[in-house]
Each structure stands twice: as structure tokens, then as C-alpha cells.
Design a protein around this ligand. Structure first.
Ligand code: 13P
Ligand code: SF4
Length: 370
């Protein structure tokens, strides 16, 4: 099996941090004939098992297409959670990373939740170990604990609220308006963006996404100069120097919507390049340009593609359904407690559907107003 080593920051919760290493499996690349065969086999197995495929925008394009062709969904992490909860199927194959499968299990304990690869994780999840996070919470008991979806079930079990990038801004704004002080984890860039937009008092965990952290402000400025009419769309896990140049900052679904609805013909996109598959399908004729990362090929860490999202392949979908591999389990005490912040979020977005609209920025430094 071929693998890549991925370096990520591992904060201790006391302000110190170290660089840790994780691995990610590099899937075999099937031939076009093998892909077609695997896709047909996976579709037949989904039907045979009465299962539904719930996929994230960053996974392999064949898996995204298979999900849509078989009545599943391709979505952001908020919609994946809602779709999995509401769908009547008793088996969900969650193609994404582990926390997405865990969220599905927490919401639907009676369903069987399968992952194409159980080792597909996330640097934000890895970078926020439950014990260290619990100590951080214990040291700051006066703060409302708000955690990003990209965390383990055990970390969610310490939280008052869970948020995804679709609704994080609105929920923190709501809490700040109530005068609550926030303890935020784990993504420092998303946290900094929310704090600057809302003025909320936020004590931050210091985690980061290995993919979005690589986008670079200076290179983006140069690219924008080459494409002066392009709209710049940025996921808020990116650093402030990149977010500051955005016309739209938002979750994957909000960035997708910005391309579909946008009048411009060119878009520079600072998020995982797995999303280009769905963007190209839904906005044909528009030019989609990858925002620059720190390096290229051998010198970039993630090259704008999540090494763990990349572990989802059709072979994994087939194994999960045929052999029951990759079942996601969450212990009942943790599940019951982790349900609380998730349900709070879901109730909030149901009551405030307008909170899911991506904020437009409209100011681009160095080039004036957009
Ligand atoms: P979304 O909720 O915007 O899809 O983000 C999930 C994620 O992992 C981004 O890196
Ligand atoms: Fe985690 Fe980043 Fe991968 Fe999203 S892209 S799953 S935040 S490592």
C-alpha cells in the first residue's frame, strides 16, 4: 500500500504546539474500464443493501456521480448531516472523512454507517485531542464552547454548540449578541475570520487544515493581477491574507452557489480542488482557476487536495457494502452527549434559514473595491 506522510500542528491547549505526522493511503488509480465496472458494482450493492451514498464535494468525482445517480447526495458537511438524518435508508455510506461518518452516527444511532476508508481523517480532528481539549475547557469554565464539525465525537461531547462553515458566523454572532464569551476550536483561521466579522470574544484552539492553510496571499495577489475580472471565492479555513482578498467567503456549498449564480466568467477558488468536479457540472462554460498554494507538485504539502478525502475510492465503497468494513461506531454515552451541540445547531439553522447565506465581502485590498 502506498501512503503519504502529512505534517500537521498539534496544539497542547496551553499555548504550546508541536508538529505531528499522520499518514494517508494513496488509492490505486483504476483504468477507465475498471472504474466503470466498479461504479456499476457499487450501484448494484447500494440497491441490494437498501443503502444510500452521502458524499462530500471533495471526494473522487466518480463517487460524487454515483451518489447522485443512485439517489444519494453530494453536499457540504451541514447538508450531509441533515440528508443522512432524514433519509429513510438504514445503511448510509458516508464518503468523506471520519467526523462526517461520526456525525451521521450521532444523529442516527439505529442506522449502520459505513465509510469507504475508516482511516480517512482530518488534520483539525487530529489536532484537537479530546483530553487536551477537555483540560482547555476545564480551565475556562465561563466560556460557551463552540466546536467546528471537523472534530471527534469525544470533542463534540464537551461542546455547547457545533457549527459548520455554513452557519458558524451566524451562530457565533447570535451568541456574541447574547453577551456570551466563546471558547472556539479547533480551526484558528476560521476562528479568526469569525472573530473579525462578529467582534465576538473568542479564545481559540490553535488547529489548522493542512489543505487550506497552504493557500498563499502573495501568490493570490499575483494571480488576481493576471485575471483582474475573476471573482475570488475562499473557504474560511484559509489564512487571513487569502480571506482578505475574497469576494465571497463561505462553505463549500456557498462557494458552489457563488459560481452558479455569479455573472463573472472567471473564478479563482481557494478550497480543495475536489469541488471543481461539481462546479464544472453545475456551471458549465465558466472558467475555474485554482488559487495558488505554497508550492507545486513535490514542494506542496497537500497541493489543494485533502489527502484523507482522497482515500475514498469506489473499491472502498464496494468493500464497505460487500464485507461490512468501515463501520463507524460511537459509544452511547459519548453519542448522547455529542448530540446536544449538533441538535442545537440544526435547530438554529432551521429557525434561521437566512443564516446560511454566504456573506459577500466586496473589498479587495490592493485592487480597490470589487
Ligand atoms: P464544508 O462544511 O464547507 O463542506 O467544509 C468541510 C471541510 O472539511 C472543509 O475543509
Ligand atoms: Fe480536514 Fe482540511 Fe481535509 Fe477538510 S480539507 S477534511 S478540514 S484536512
Amino acid at each position: 500500500m502506498s501512503q503519504v506522510q502529512v505534517e500537521y500542528s498539534l496544539p497542547a491547549g496551553d499555548g504550546s504546539e508541536r508538529i505531528a505526522r499522520a499518514w494517508a493511503r494513496v488509492p490505486l488509480v483504476p483504468t477507465p474500464a475498471q472504474r466503470a465496472e466498479q461504479k456499476a458494482r457499487a450501484a448494484a450493492l447500494l440497491e441490494e443493501h437498501g443503502a444510500v451514498l452521502v458524499a462530500h464535494f471533495y471526494v473522487d468525482g466518480d463517487i460524487q456521480d454515483l451518489a447522485l445517480e443512485t439517489g444519494g447526495c453530494v453536499a457540504d458537511s451541514l447538508e450531509m448531516a441533515r440528508f443522512g438524518r432524514d433519509h429513510p435508508a438504514t445503511t448510509l455510506v458516508v464518503a468523506g472523512v471520519r467526523f462526517m461518518g461520526e456525525t451521521a452516527k450521532i444523529l442516527s444511532p439505529h442506522k449502520r454507517i459505513l465509510a469507504p476508508d475508516l482511516d480517512a481523517t482530518c488534520s483539525l480532528d487530529l489536532g484537537c485531542p479530546p483530553d487536551a481539549f477537555a483540560a482547555f475547557c476545564d480551565a475556562n469554565p465561563d466560556r460557551t464552547v463552540v466546536v467546528y464539525a471537523n472534530t471527534s465525537a469525544a470533542v463534540k461531547a464537551r461542546a455547547d454548540w457545533m457549527v459548520t462553515s455554513s452557519c458558524a458566523l451566524a451562530i457565533v454572532r447570535h451568541l456574541a449578541e447574547r453577551g456570551e464569551k466563546i471558547l472556539w476550536a479547533p480551526d484558528r483561521h476560521l476562528g479568526a475570520y469569525i472573530a473579525s466579522e462578529t467582534g465576538a470574544d473568542m479564545l481559540m484552539w490553535n488547529g489548522a487544515c493542512v489543505v487550506h492553510e497552504e493557500f498563499k496571499g502573495i501568490e493570490l495577489e499575483l494571480l488576481r493581477a493576471e485575471h483582474p475580472d475573476a471573482r475570488v471565492l475562499v473557504h474560511p479555513e484559509a489564512p487571513a491574507s487569502v480571506v482578505a482578498q475574497a469576494h465571497v467567503v463561505g462553505s463549500t456549498s456557498q462557494l458552489l452557489k457563488a459560481v452558479i449564480d455569479g455573472e463573472a466568467s472567471e473564478y479563482i477558488i481557494a478550497t480543495d480542488n475536489g469541488i471543481f468536479h461539481r462546479m464544472a457540472q453545475l456551471a458549465p462554460g465558466k472558467t475555474l482557476i485554482e488559487a495558488p498554494t505554497a508550492g507545486s507538485s513535490a514542494t506542496c504539502k497537500s497541493c489543494a487536495h485533502c489527502p484523507w478525502m482522497a482515500m475514498n475510492d469506489l473499491a472502498g465503497v464496494i468493500d464497505a457494502l460487500e464485507q461490512g468494513t468501515g463501520e463507524i461506531l460511537v459509544s452511547e454515552p459519548v453519542r448522547a452527549r455529542a448530540l446536544v451541540p449538533i441538535e442545537r445547531m440544526l435547530a438554529f439553522v432551521k429557525a434561521h434559514p437566512e443564516s446560511l447565506v454566504a456573506p459577500a465581502h466586496g473589498f479587495v485590498p490592493h485592487l480597490g473595491s470589487a
